[in-house]
Design a protein. Sequence first.
Length: 251
Amino acid sequence: MTHRACFRTTISPFSLWLLLLALLSGTGAALLSSLAQAANAPSTKEQSKQSSGASRANFIVTELDSLSESAEDIFTLALAGKMERVGKRLDTLKKNAAAFAYVQDEASSILLPRLGRTIADLEKAISTRNRIDTMRFSNRITLIAATVAVPFRPNVPTEVSLLDYNGRELEIWSEMKKTDKLSSIVIRMHLAWQTLMPKLIEQNRIKELRRFSDLMGHLELARVPEDYGRLSRQVLAETDILKAIFLKTAK
């Protein structure tokens, strides 16, 4: 199998934060330039302010995980066409969003307003039974949650959350038949995957590493939306496995 050239870069925590913000702000075209500049950023910028202890950080990560899970549940129901069932999950999601009140740093000052707007957009999509927009906005909430969690060092690496998010993006845009958009998503996935690989090696998870590397190779060769859609389901299955690995290690 001939693979197209893939990225061999390692993203620092600050650069990863920029990557997530770039996705949220829609600045995909400037992404690689931002990452290149961030590579030379002073190390002091790579650490977010931590004014509270580990218990506070754990609480915030737990609440953000709950927010993300609620958003994923809404996405899954919308994907299956079960729009009549998403209302209750939206109520839960709104309660989970209260975790942001405890986060006071640079990221939250940017993302708190965006979260509020995205929840409002999601609520409108649900009320009008707009299935695609429900999927889009619920998935964007998972990205916001992952971005805010970065300074609190969640047990599941942010790269896994980013791959999970992009797996759902593949679901959305394959259904919309947007091939150019799909190829851009795969480029973003490479950035996250190349940074995650050393962490899997540290865990001696060579089997999982090879399996996901093969999956990335298939994504590189995808040409039509149907191929991306089929592979997206494999991405989501594999990211579930990766989440379980890191959660087990953290115990």
